[in-house]
Design a protein around this ligand. Structure first.
Ligand SMILES: [Zn+2]
Length: 213
């Protein structure tokens, strides 16, 4: 119970944050980028870089890793990183004007038209391992995912309380038709009438809920 409440509060707080970023993405873009390089004395070079960038209505995540002992690959990677860092230095920055953060718009799949994009590339040789990952997700999808659980819990609670109240009043929990002990099926919706003990359980739990309030 406590865990559910915490989960609901956390997802609503996150949904609020996403809504703020979502609205903000129409005026200004946010970008965060990091680069981590490990130069081992043995000549092995390991680079991890990644970033998050918002554009109008969406957010993109990029991750790249290069692990190599090949001097040519290391030199090329360093030069490319220097080039990227000239227009996108590591750290946090606002960018403008924001565009929807999708690289490949020629992809006309259903998911792409909804604003989703996923791209993964990797390459391995005896001296080098490289991997690139790009994911773009529209804000509305993140917002829906975060509000789905609290909304579902709320609707389920309303339905359960209505059912308990109807049972307590001797009404069909489904359609609200007054029930008669002699009937096997509800005259309103033709559903089997709940057994007396389950009705009793519902009654006592409805009573407990009321006395608890
Ligand atoms: Zn009914």
């Amino acid at each position: 119970m406590l865990f559910r409440r915490i989960a609901i509060v956390v997802s609503l707080v996150l949904a609020g944050g996403v809504a703020l970023l979502w609205g903000r993405s129409y005026a200004v873009g946010d970008r965060y980028r990091w680069v981590r390089i490990e130069d081992a004395p043995s000549g092995r070079f390991v680079m991890n870089s990644g970033g998050l960038a918002t554009g109008i209505g969406g957010i993109r995540f990029v991750y790249e890793t290069v692990d190599s002992t090949d001097p040519n690959v290391i030199e090329r990677t360093r030069r490319r990183l220097d080039g990227i860092s000239r227009w996108a230095p590591p750290g946090y920055r606002t960018i403008e004007p924001p565009r929807y953060p999708m690289r490949d718009t020629s992809n006309d799949s259903v998911l792409a038209s909804l604003g989703f994009h996923f791209d993964h590339w990797s390459n391995s040789s005896p001296t080098t391992h490289q991997r690139q990952l790009t994911v773009t997700v529209p804000f509305w999808a993140i917002f829906l995912a975060l509000t789905g659980y609290p909304l579902g819990r709320y609707v389920a609670g309303v339905v359960r309380r209505q059912r308990e109240d109807r049972l307590a009043l001797g009404l069909c929990p489904r359609c609200g038709m007054p029930l008669n002990e002699a009937l096997m099926r509800c005259p309103g919706c033709d559903r089997p009438i709940p057994r007396p003990n389950s009705a009793e359980n519902a009654l006592s739990s409805a009573g407990e809920a009321r006395s608890a309030v």
